[in-house]
Write a new protein. Structure first.
Length: 296
């Protein structure tokens, strides 16, 4: 039997009773999609997934992105991205070491936005007392929208925001020790800046979502720069209030699936080079859910 048990927090639920390595019936996919839209962040514990099995699960919800920065993609599974601080015997990185280490929403820089990040924990770093490190922190953008002042909700009605992939990339590059190279002209051309509504209607729940994030949101379209900067700065402070936050402490075998329309996230880099972290990621695009919205 499938159970969905909500966390005692603003976001999150644990889904038990499913082996995600096996093909799932349509009813289970609908249950997961509904739970995702209700809870924002889902944990499926005790999973054991090959890249092919993870892809087979993820692609039930939408098409899978091949990330423009996936330099470690294997020929067989380019939709799988390895996020890791580990290196091989020759010292070559096994994955992107600093992925997501600041607040952002995956793929908000893309013309087709993402529905969900599907992240499988192969290796979780621990401190000397056995406590897990490398949490992923989430913020709830339905709660953040609801808590906006009425006058600002009215100002944001019908407004669009430009999102730019290069913004977050350059911010990460500027960090001491970063070995990210500048995006190539081809990568820039593949992901040019795009505009999305500042307030989205979630295609599964129908809830209003504040769709802005400090990682990629560059400006409010058509507004004076000073006004745009001031309102974005307000939104970035507002959306990261403690009341909207939830921290996931990883266990190896966790498959986490989170709503990339209605949440922001942040990979906490509180572990050292000797404390190994390895995650296997798929990005599910929101093409299918926007083509067939669930709410009436
Ligand atoms: C990401 O932003 O996809 C990375 C999240 C994580 O590694 O915790």
């Amino acid at each position: 039997m499938v159970t969905v048990v909500a966390n005692d927090a603003v976001l999150g639920a644990t889904v038990d009773g499913l082996d995600l390595a096996q093909p799932l019936p349509d009813a289970a996919i609908e249950t997961i999609l509904t739970a995702l839209a209700s809870h924002g962040v889902l944990r499926f514990p005790n999973q054991d997934l090959s890249p092919a099995q993870q892809k087979a699960f993820a692609c039930r919800f939408g098409s899978l992105e091949v990330n423009v920065a996936n330099r470690n993609a294997t020929g067989e599974h380019p939709e799988i991205m390895i996020l890791s601080n580990m290196v091989d015997a020759a010292g070559k990185p096994l994955g992107l070491a600093d992925a997501g280490q600041d607040w952002h929403t995956d793929m908000s820089y893309s013309a087709t936005i993402a529905l969900a990040n599907v992240l499988f924990a192969i290796k979780v770093p621990h401190d000397d007392h056995g406590q897990p490190l490398g949490d992923t922190r989430f913020a709830d953008m339905i709660a953040a929208y609801e808590a906006l002042p009425t006058a600002l909700k009215q100002r944001l009605d019908g407004v669009t925001i430009t999102h730019d992939f290069n913004l977050f990339w350059e911010r990460m590059r500027a960090r001491p020790g970063s070995n990210r190279q500048p995006l190539t002209p081809e990568q820039r051309a593949e992901k040019p800046p795009v505009s999305h509504p500042a307030v989205m209607v979630h295609p599964v729940s129908g809830a209003k979502v504040l769709y802005a994030n400090p990682g990629y949101a560059a400006c409010i379209d058509g507004w004076e720069k000073a006004d745009s900067d001031a309102v974005l700065a307000f939104l970035f402070r507002h959306q990261l209030q403690d009341a909207f936050l939830y921290d996931h402490h990883w266990t190896e075998g966790d498959l986490m699936m989170w709503d990339n329309i209605a949440t922001l996230h942040y990979a906490v880099a509180d572990y050292g080079a000797h404390q190994h972290r390895m995650m296997q990621r798929c990005q599910v695009m929101a093409d299918q859910v926007f083509a067939h919205p669930r709410f009436r």
